[in-house]
Design a protein around this ligand. Structure first.
Ligand SMILES: [Zn+2]
Length: 118
């Protein structure tokens, strides 16, 4: 291990294949950035000459690994639709209508009269 860093933490430099432990005496097969272009790094992808495993080297250290994924869409809060969350009179009426017509239950208040207005 050396003190290499990437934009979000430390890097771990492997001297051996993480799968078969054979000494890395071959070159990376290609270099690339992340799909979302969120980080400046160019990662080196290796394909082990001995066991054919693919791995990135150097790679984010264990404690900086979560930072790699923090911007991905799966980790952003979900934006709920106004029909479920809005407290405006309009959406209360809409919820009232939907509750009556389709028997949908809402967490937010709805106005039963919405079922008749529509
Ligand atoms: Zn290997």
């Amino acid at each position: 291990m050396t003190n290499l860093t990437w934009s979000r933490g430390e890097l771990t430099l492997l001297k051996n294949c993480p799968a078969c432990k054979h000494h890395i005496d071959y070159e990376p097969i290609y270099k690339r950035g992340d799909d979302e272009k969120l980080m400046p790094e160019e990662w080196h992808i290796y394909n082990c000459f001995y066991c054919k495993s693919f791995f990135v080297n150097p790679r984010p250290s264990e404690n900086s690994l979560p930072a790699l994924y923090r911007d991905y869409l799966t980790h952003k809060p979900v934006q709920r639709e106004a029909v479920f969350t809005s407290s405006s009179i309009f959406w209360k009426l809409v919820r009232g209508y939907l509750s009556k017509q389709l028997d949908i239950r809402f967490d937010q208040k709805s106005l039963a009269i919405g079922g008749f207005v529509a």
